[in-house]
Every structure is written in C-alpha cells, then in structure tokens.
Design a protein around this ligand. Structure first.
Ligand SMILES: NC(=O)c1ccc[n+]([C@@H]2O[C@H](COP(=O)([O-])OP(=O)(O)OC[C@H]3O[C@@H](n4cnc5c(N)ncnc54)[C@H](OP(=O)(O)O)[C@@H]3O)[C@@H](O)[C@H]2O)c1
Length: 274
C-alpha cells in the first residue's frame, strides 16, 4: 500500500474501500469491511447518507487492527447543513461509529448559499481535535473558490466522481495548485457505464496480466489521485488491492486520459437536491 501526505501532514492510503450500497444489511456491511481489512485495506470511506456508519465502525473496532493504522472517512449530509446542525451531525457520526476520532470529515456536496459558512463550521470541528483532517466532496472550481475565500484551513481533499470517462482535468488541476488531494469516487464507473469492457483498458491490462479494474485504479494512483472502489466480494476487493506491483507508462496514462467523454454517472454538483 502506498500513502500520500495531505497538506496538514497526515498520511492517507492511496486506495480505500468505498462502502456505498456495499451490502443489503448491517451484517453484509460488517463482513465486507472485515474482509477488506483482512486483505490489507487500511482506508474505509463511508458517509451519514449511506446509513452504515454503525456496522462500518463495529468492523473497524473488532478487526484487531490498531485504530491508528486505519484511515476512516465519513461525510456531512446537506440537510444537516441546511438545518444548521453541523456539530451535532459530526457528533452523531462519531457515536454511530463508536470511535474516539475520525480521520477525515468531508462536506458531502456543496449547499448553495452556505458554502463558506459550512466550511467555517468544519474548521471548528477540526479545532475540537476529534478529527485529523477536513475536506470537501463534489466541489467544482467555483465552489472551491467560495471555500477558499473563507478558509483559514485549506481543505485536504476534494472527493469527486472521477474515472476514465470523466477525468475532470480542470478540477484536478485546480486542486493540485492548492495542494488539495483529488479523490476518485466511482473510480470503476460504478455499474452505470460499461467502463470495464473498454477495449483500451482490456488491451493495456493484457500487457501486464491485469484486469481493466486494476488498470483504472493504477492509473488513478500514478496521477496522484486517491481511489475508493467499492466491492462487496472479497475476490474483487483483493483484485482491486493488487495494483502495487506494476506501472503504466506515461503513454498508457495518456491513452486512458484520452478516453474522457465528460460522462457523469452521478448528480451534477450544481443541481444536487437534499
Ligand atoms: N462523495 C460522493 O458523493 C460519492 C458518491 C458516490 C460514491 N462515493 C464513494 O465512492 C465509492 C465507490 O463508488 P461506487 O460504489 O459508486 O462505484 P465503483 O467503486 O466505481 O464501482 C462499484 C461497482 O463495481 C463493481 N466492482 C468492484 N470491483 C470490481 C472489479 N474488480 N471488477 C468488476 N466489477 C467490480 C462492484 O460490484 P461488487 O460489489 O459486486 O464487486 C460495483 O457494482 C462508494 O462506495 C462511496 O464510498 C462517494
């Protein structure tokens, strides 16, 4: 596993386990997280919205792995911003997970008119010391600019939809300029686009004995982008984790960049509704 340093010095593993819709019930979620931790994952991504913070936290607590070796992210949902209950929402997540601290707390989506003020509340949480880093998700450049106008603490990451069919080069470049690490959600294109059947990815993978999923995840890491693929299956979790023993050439990275179609599978950050 490779780590990358956030702008406040905290290290984050380049590959994490996404947990959105990871199982049909708490038991499935628990087993999937335990399986990933057994494989070697040390970074787990959840959110209040996913309604699985309890089994995710339980799996982490019961894994036998020292807490400080696991990087845990959760996220603040828009209704909690609209209802002015950001501090309460954070405490709720902490309680759900049964953890003393969370590694990374993200604003899940920008809430129009409240972008700067919600960041100020995030800064207060950071000062409470119950968290190691604060960041953003789904912020486009104009949202990031609004945050930067208010910020005394620079966000450490911006977690956005990012895969070879939506490379979001402009947002990635803006983030890198301010030392904000881009994170890729739906790095495999979720199940909504046939990304993993793409001939370019199959062809590149063939050269290294790797699957299209492994090629895509490797592409992220080589570009300095943290990826959080979700899989409920321990076989596919292991496959997604097995990407640290090969390297794409610069030309291959460019070929994958060239697959971009600006194809969004999820909501557009300007039109999200809570
Ligand atoms: N910040 C945000 O707004 C936001 C939005 C969406 C998602 N996220 C986060 O990002 C994570 C990942 O995104 P995602 O779950 O939407 O999509 P994803 O990770 O791109 O794709 C997940 C899909 O790919 C399948 N899959 C996983 N590994 C595979 C492999 N090696 N070969 C073939 N298929 C494979 C999974 O099926 P199986 O489970 O059956 O393996 C599932 O159907 C989420 O779980 C969540 O933590 C964040």
């Amino acid at each position: 596993m490779e780590n990358i340093k956030l702008n406040n010095g905290v290290e984050i593993p380049m590959l994490g386990l996404g947990t959105y819709k990871i199982g049909n019930n708490d038991n499935d979620v628990y087993n999937a997280v335990r399986s990933a931790l057994d494989i070697g994952y040390r970074h787990i991504d959840t959110a209040t919205l996913y309604l699985n913070e309890k089994p995710v936290g339980k799996a982490i607590r019961e894994s036998g792995i020292p807490r400080e070796e696991i990087f845990v992210t959760t996220k603040l949902w828009g209704t909690d911003i609209l209802n002015n209950q950001i501090q309460e929402a954070f405490e709720g997540s902490l309680q759900n997970m049964g953890l003393d601290y969370i590694d990374l707390y993200l604003i899940h989506w920008p809430v129009k008119g409240m972008i700067g003020s919600s960041w100020k509340e995030m800064e207060k949480i950071y000062h409470s010391k119950k968290i190691r880093a604060i960041g953003l998700s789904n912020h486009l450049i104009h949202h990031l600019k609004e945050v930067m106008e208010e910020a005394t603490i620079i966000p450490v990451v911006n977690q956005i939809e990012l895969h070879p069919y939506l490379i979001q080069q402009d947002v990635v470049e803006y983030c890198k300029k301010y030392n904000i690490i881009p994170q890729a959600w739906s790095p495999l294109g979720s199940s909504k686009v046939p990304l993993l059947k793409d001939e370019v990815l199959i062809w590149i993978g063939g050269k290294y004995g790797k699957s299209p999923a492994q090629v895509v995840l490797r592409w992220n890491i080589q570009k300095g982008i943290v990826a959080i693929p979700k899989s409920s299956s321990s076989e596919r979790q292991a496959e997604n984790f097995d990407i640290f023993d090969f390297e794409l050439t610069q030309e291959e990275v460019q070929q994958i960049d060239d697959l971009d179609k600006s194809h969004r599978t999820g909501a557009h950050p300007d039109y999200i509704e809570f």
